[in-house]
Design a protein around this ligand. Structure first.
Ligand SMILES: [Mg+2]
Length: 288
């Protein structure tokens, strides 16, 4: 990192960098693109470990289980344990336990992987039968969606059941010639049919996605950096939660997007490589 760029850092930012004890990392566009790991990912995690800073991976995609993500990340050579992953499905489970402790029986639109996570957390599932009354409806990024189940979800929404969505994304990034209709679009269809939007939508930019990390590692939001490539999810959540928002330009956002943004990130870096160098500099340069 050239000295002149370091001199331009504002002293408040340097103080915040020094205070960091945990890095929450977005995945797609930040540590990999599709199935290709970014070259900066491994050296960055090594730097972070050497500095004694913890890290975890957060994703809005509830369709894969923690086990699926562990497999993917480890397959890319990344060192990650089960408690270093937090998905929007886990945020939904934590939210239900915290805010709706009586809810046990769900009508859920989700993949088998997502259903397994909910089952492991003690939930049971209502079948597509009007006599099998659920306590709540959960809408996820369901790649196995069927018409009959959409209609049943709409029915229970009309009956006034609490309705929780795992994530707001309307589409999921695709590397194939298709549009992956995501949870936000499924919710829009159900809202059109029922006149009801979900009562709560987890996933970035909802700060409850970071709350999972705060609760798990017992650290304050002010000691967390949320690093990601999207202004309206990763950075917006960081701002809402009071965490440091670090935008990398290895994914969706461009410098122009940053200039056009109503609320700027705390820090913009070309990639994790420059952020790692900055962290090392801030943590090892006393009162410079
Ligand atoms: Mg991303």
């Amino acid at each position: 990192m050239p000295q002149e760029s370091l001199d331009m850092l504002d002293s408040e930012l340097v103080v915040r960098l020094r205070q960091l004890s945990h890095i929450a990392l977005d995945m797609d566009g930040t540590i990999y693109n599709g199935d290709t790991r970014l070259a900066c990912a491994l050296p960055f995690l090594e730097q972070v470990r050497e500095l004694g800073i913890g890290y975890s991976f957060v994703t809005n995609n509830p369709s894969k289980s923690v086990g699926d993500y562990l497999k993917k990340l480890r397959g890319m050579g990344l060192s990650v344990d089960v408690d270093q992953l937090y998905t929007s499905a886990m945020a939904t489970i934590d939210f239900l336990h915290r805010e709706h402790p009586h809810v046990r029986h769900l009508f859920a639109l989700g993949t088998p992987s997502m259903m397994d996570e909910f089952a492991a957390a003690g939930f049971t599932f209502s079948t597509d039968d009007h006599e099998d009354e659920p306590d709540a409806v959960v809408i996820g990024f369901d790649l196995t969606l069927t018409y009959a189940r959409v209609c049943r979800a709409a029915w229970w929404m009309v009956q006034g059941k609490p309705c929780i969505a795992t994530n707001p994304d309307r589409v999921c990034p695709a590397d194939q010639p298709t549009v992956l209709v995501d949870c936000g679009a499924i919710c829009a269809m159900l809202e059109s049919a029922t006149g009801r939007a979900p009562d709560k939508v987890l996933g970035k930019p909802d700060p409850d996605m970071l709350r999972g990390i705060v609760d798990r590692f017992a650290i304050p939001y002010s000691q967390i950096a949320m690093v990601g490539d999207r202004l309206y999810t990763d950075i917006l959540m960081a701002r809402r939660a009071g965490a440091l928002g670090v935008l990398v330009l290895t994914g969706e956002s461009t410098r122009q997007d940053v200039e056009d943004a109503a609320k700027a990130p705390d820090l913009v870096v070309p990639s994790l490589a420059e952020f790692g160098d900055l962290l090392v500099w801030a943590k090892t340069n006393g009162d410079a």
